[in-house]
Each structure stands twice: as structure tokens, then as C-alpha cells.
Design a protein around this ligand. Structure first.
Ligand SMILES: NC(=O)C1=CN([C@@H]2O[C@H](COP(=O)(O)OP(=O)(O)OC[C@H]3O[C@@H](n4cnc5c(N)ncnc54)[C@H](O)[C@@H]3O)[C@@H](O)[C@H]2O)C=CC1
Ligand SMILES: O=C(O)CCC(=O)C(=O)O
Length: 344
């Protein structure tokens, strides 16, 4: 397993592999860039099929956090951690205590938080072993509702730009993944009168959105080809790839999942297809923005900053049109300028 020659290695500052025999913890922490401040990004717990798959994920996710934090105007660098384990695992205390000790050993270069497969309860356990945890209960808490708010506003910005509409009323929106963020997102969309088509691999989550918001449920492999206005990827990454792009009928792709494009060229393909893509790390910054307010937490201030995502996206969309470039290329350029300026 190569690290420095890995296809997703992007001059990461530090990659730490950890094993704890007693708890069985196997984790990787990737600190991508700290120009803007200590690295901050959540911890994902997943049944990775191999160490290499976990490494790829943490390298890609941590890079995304650097760009996300920069473009959201936060004084935080980018990092992420992954735990190789079943996310449904029941005995979690020893595991997250060991994880907390791992994070503590990094001395504050990286702060962790909740992500796919982890909960704020896990984060609170780890916090007993280290101060370097964010999204704490009683402080900023679960970032998911704020990620959902930002994603909802990002969908509205994309609809405004691509369809010229101020409301989502009557629009059809396909949501892939109705977990922590997906559920709250569906609530916003439903409240504004959108028609929802959803999928997930977890039946109880599907039942809940069907009951609460009248969503139509389809099988996971059927979500891409739905005749909808917006496709919102809200599960795992790399779902925009060679197999799925030809199926898309949506005019807009805008969702909260990290690393939606399998490769950069899939962003170019979306542009050629006339599909407006809201860059993932811009539209899904609501959670990390909320986490950034952890100290002296103020929900109103956090909400106001999350609302800025709407205008940031409109600016990216307009610039991409004017320069005939992909939205991803424009967002990357803006983020890189901020990261470089911080270095100076
Ligand atoms: N929680 C947060 O505040 C943030 C989350 N994100 C990203 O948003 C995405 C969702 O995050 P959460 O809602 O927190 O995670 P979650 O784990 O609560 O929800 C993900 C959902 O996707 C479903 N899923 C997994 N594979 C699937 C498949 N092949 N087809 C359909 N559904 C599938 C899962 O069953 C689960 O219900 C992730 O990519 C995460 O990295 C990004 C920024 C912040
Ligand atoms: O909101 C979170 O879960 C923490 C930040 C993060 O990991 C993310 O934005 O992907």
C-alpha cells in the first residue's frame, strides 16, 4: 500500500496509522493542510473492504476539508479520520476511548467530529480522553441539521441559477441517502413543496421519510435514472461516475455527500451534459461552519454564516458560466487562493 505515491495523495502534511490491541481500533488520521489553522474534520466509521480503501477515503476526505474550510471563510485547516469497523457495532466505548487517545497524541494539530457511522455520543466518549473533539453535546452538537440547511439553500441557489426559479414548489428532487443529513434535508424540501423520491440501504430510515414527508421510495440502483429536476447525493462518495452519469435526467446535481465525483473528469462530463453541479465541499459546509462556532456557541451567528452558502454558490455558478469552466474548477481556484494567501 503506497502512501506518497498514492493517486489521492496531495501533499498531505501527516498521515497517521493507529492500532489498539485491547479495543481493536484500526484508524487512519490524515492532516491535509494547516495553513489556515489546526485541521478540523469528522471521523468516519465504515466497513472498508481493505486498508487501501480506507486510506483512499481519508486522503480524499481530508483534502476536501481543506478546501471546504477555506471557502467557508473559516480559520481552520483540513483533516479527517477513518475507523475501519462496522458502523453498527454495539460495543463502542473502548473503541472511542482509544480513538480519543489517538487524537490526543496529535497535540491539537487535528480536531475530530461526527461523520458517517459515528454519533455525537461517540464523540463525547472520545472527548473524555482528549480536548481535541468538536461538535460536542451541549455546545455546537450534531452538525447534521446545519449541513442540511446549507444543502437546502445550495439547492435553492442552483435552482435559481439553472431554472430561474425562487421556489422549489412542485419540483421533483431525488435524494440518495436519508441518514442524519438526508432526513433534515428532506424536511426542508418537503416544507417548501418539493416532491421527494428517495433511496437508502437502511429500511427504517426510508420508512421514516415516507411517513413524515410522503416521499416515494425507490431501490438504490434506480435513483439515478429518476425523471427529476434535482439529484441530491447524500450518502457516500464517488456516486457520479462512468456508470451513473449516462443515467441522469436531472438538470442539477446538488447534495451533501463528500467527494461526489469519482474523478475530476466527471465534473467536466456533467458540464457537457448541461447539468449544473454544486461543488460538494461548498454546498455541504454547514456542519463544519456550525462546529467552528463551538467556543461560546451562538446558533444565530452560525445560521447566518451557513446562509452565506447560497451567495457563494451563485458566485461560483456565474463565474463558471462567464469563463466556460466547470463549477469545481472555479471553486478550487477560489479555495487555493485563500489557502496560499494564508501561507504568505
Ligand atoms: N453529518 C454532517 O454534518 C456532514 C455530512 N457530510 C457528508 O454527507 C453524507 C451523509 O452524511 P450523514 O448523513 O452524516 O451520514 P449517515 O451515515 O447518517 O447517512 C448516510 C446514509 O446513506 C445511506 N447509504 C449508504 N450507502 C448507500 C447506498 N449505496 N445507497 C443509498 N443509501 C446509502 C446509509 O444507509 C445512511 O442512511 C456523507 O457523505 C458525509 O460525509 C458532509 C458534511 C457534513
Ligand atoms: O460536520 C461534520 O461532520 C464535521 C465536518 C466534516 O467532517 C465534514 O464537513 O465533512
Amino acid at each position: 500500500m503506497a502512501v506518497f505515491n498514492h493517486v489521492s495523495f496531495d501533499e498531505h502534511e501527516q498521515v497517521v496509522f493507529c492500532h489498539d490491541k485491547e479495543s481493536g481500533l484500526k484508524a487512519i488520521v490524515a492532516i491535509h493542510n494547516t495553513n489556515l489553522g489546526p485541521a478540523v474534520g469528522g471521523c468516519r466509521m465504515w466497513n472498508y473492504q481493505s486498508d487501501d480503501e480506507a486510506l483512499t477515503d481519508v486522503l480524499r476526505l481530508s483534502r476536501g476539508m481543506t478546501y471546504k474550510n477555506a471557502l467557508a471563510g473559516l480559520t481552520m485547516g483540513g483533516g479527517k479520520s477513518v475507523i475501519i469497523a462496522d458502523p453498527k457495532r454495539q460495543d463502542r466505548e473502548a473503541l472511542f476511548r482509544a480513538f480519543g487517545r489517538l487524537i490526543n497524541s496529535l497535540g491539537g494539530r487535528y480536531y475530530s467530529a461526527e461523520d458517517v457511522g459515528t454519533t455525537t455520543a461517540d464523540i463525547m466518549i472520545a472527548h473524555e480522553e482528549t480536548p481535541y473533539m468538536a461538535g460536542l453535546e451541549g455546545k455546537s452538537g450534531d452538525p447534521s441539521p446545519f449541513t442540511a440547511l446549507g444543502t437546502y439553500l445550495g439547492i435553492k441557489a442552483a435552482v435559481k441559477h439553472r431554472l430561474g426559479l425562487d421556489s422549489l414548489k412542485g419540483l421533483k428532487i431525488a435524494v440518495q441517502g436519508v441518514g442524519h443529513v438526508g432526513y433534515y434535508l428532506c424536511k426542508h424540501l418537503h416544507n417548501e413543496g418539493a416532491e421527494l423520491i428517495v433511496t437508502d440501504i437502511h429500511q427504517a430510515s426510508l420508512d421514516k421519510v415516507a411517513t413524515d414527508f410522503g416521499a416515494i421510495v425507490v431501490a438504490p440502483q434506480e435513483i439515478y435514472a429518476q425523471d427529476v429536476d434535482v439529484y441530491a447525493p447524500c450518502a457516500l462518495g464517488a456516486t457520479l461516475n462512468d456508470a451513473t452519469l449516462p443515467q441522469l435526467k436531472a438538470k442539477i446535481v446538488a447534495g451533501c455527500a463528500n467527494n461526489q465525483l469519482a474523478e475530476v473528469r466527471h465534473g467536466e462530463q456533467l458540464k457537457e451534459m448541461g447539468i449544473l453541479y454544486a461543488p460538494d465541499y461548498v454546498i455541504n459546509a454547514g456542519g463544519i461552519i456550525n462546529v467552528s462556532f463551538e467556543k461560546d456557541y451562538d446558533a444565530a451567528k452560525s445560521t447566518a454564516k451557513v446562509e452565506e452558502i447560497y451567495n457563494t454558490l451563485l458566485k461560483i455558478f456565474s463565474q463558471a458560466d462567464a469563463q466556460n469552466r466547470t463549477t469545481g474548477a472555479v471553486a478550487d481556484e477560489m479555495a487555493k487562493a485563500i489557502i496560499e494567501a494564508a501561507k504568505q
